[in-house]
Design a protein around this ligand. Structure first.
Ligand code: FAD
Ligand code: SF4
Length: 332
């Protein structure tokens, strides 16, 4: 590990100014991703600025929804009674991720900014455009079982690993940001980027911008929501595919839905096409599968040394159908 300076400023504005003024500075949340990267040599900041005590660690009622302070730990968020009742998809997504110990440390601000689990990104001896722009993408034709089938580019086929972020995308959450130029609000669905020719940039955040809170809007539909994650092991593993879904059905017809996919793209994937197929259609297995297939119409599977990732297409269709069956009481 390279040597670095550590600072814990007295307030968020000072932390933002400090990081913005130093291109080698980074924010530190719970450290469960950043510290691993320091040890692996993936990143070597000159200055680490600890923000865990500078943003709120509270959940508060906000415009009919909830405001989650960026310092709220993943465990506390998953355990909150309001979240469990009003946004069960969020609690389920959190509990599907990592381990109890990690969730006790991980923060609401840091979780969506965790970086890809692509094995080549984490192995500094291999080419990787995300870690070292212009060096190439070892995953194309390599080990890419966990990689993207939607929105990838010739420069990067990585997926975003956060479960929480998939639920926040489905829920139309908003990100509150404090930067050197002041405050701004980013719709959660616009926080993460597709790779294009800049896979080194995961999000639209500028250097020095601090997440201070994430807002959940009032959403009665979210009371009937769920998160389903398919992985190689039953726990302590990242998603091969995942589905965050909320649905409202009236007399056997879908009135409204919110769908997002994880494990399939460089960003949490809002499934607008699937939602359009579901709207005003019979709530049955045929519709659920057609919705998934519509969303996957432009999907591209990638060959790889272990058979590639084409298995994700039928797997995602089945996973969406199973999630919606559970939420609507329909049978296959
Ligand atoms: C073994 C293991 C298994 C895991 N399994 C899963 C899993 O199944 N699902 C899952 O979703 N996650 C999983 N994780 C990842 C874990 O959820 C993340 O490491 C954690 O959520 C990151 O949060 P943190 O607060 O520790 O972030 P940190 O590690 O502190 O920071 C992460 C990034 O966010 C930046 N940052 C932190 N806070 C802020 C802020 N307020 N504003 C702006 N930038 C900020 C940091 O500079 C850094 O770039 C796993 C991790 C491990 C080690
Ligand atoms: S998929 Fe992206 S993160 Fe993985 S090796 Fe290729 S460029 Fe790097």
């Amino acid at each position: 590990m390279e040597r670095f300076d550590y600072r814990r400023p007295g307030d968020a504005a000072t932390a933002v100014r400090t990081v913005a003024a130093d291109p080698s500075a980074v924010f530190l949340g719970g450290g469960t991703n950043l510290v691993d990267h320091l040890k692996l040599g993936i990143t070597a900041p000159g200055l680490v600025v600890d923000v865990t005590s500078l943003t709120s660690a509270e959940l508060a009622e906000h415009r009919g929804g909830l405001r989650i302070g960026a310092a709220v730990r993943n465990s506390d968020l998953a355990a909150d009674d309001r979240v469990r009742r009003r946004y069960p998809v969020l609690a389920q997504a959190l509990l599907a991720g990592a381990s109890g110990q990690l969730r006790n440390m991980a923060t609401t601000g840091g979780n969506p900014l965790q970086r890809t689990r692509c094995v080549y990104f984490q192995d500094v001896t291999t080419p990787c455009n995300k870690r070292e722009p212009g060096s190439g993408c070892s995953a194309i034709g390599g080990y890419n079982r966990y990689h993207a089938v939607l929105g990838a580019s010739p420069h990067c086929i990585a997926t975003h690993p956060s479960d929480l972020a998939v639920a926040l995308t489905a829920l139309d959450a908003e990100v509150q940001v404090l930067g050197p130029a002041g405050e701004r609000t980013i719709p959660f669905g616009e926080l993460h980027r597709l790779p294009g020719d800049r896979p080194d940039r995961d999000t639209v955040l500028e250097h020095g911008e601090l997440i201070t809170a994430i807002d959940l809007p009032e959403a009665p539909i979210a009371a009937n929501s769920a998160y389903r994650k398919v992985r190689d092991r039953a726990s302590y593993a990242f998603a091969l595919v995942s589905v965050a879904a909320a649905i409202e059905v009236e007399q056997g017809v879908v009135r409204d839905s919110r769908i997002a996919f994880g494990g399939v793209a460089h960003k949490p994937w809002r499934a607008h096409r699937a939602e359009a197929v579901l709207r005003d259609a019979p709530a049955n297995e045929t519709t659920f599968r057609e919705a998934a297939e519509a969303e996957l119409a432009d999907a591209v599977a990638v060959d790889g040394i272990d058979g590639g990732n084409g298995f994700k297409l039928p797997l995602l269709t089945r996973t969406l159908a199973a999630t919606l069956r559970d939420l609507t009481g329909e049978t296959a």
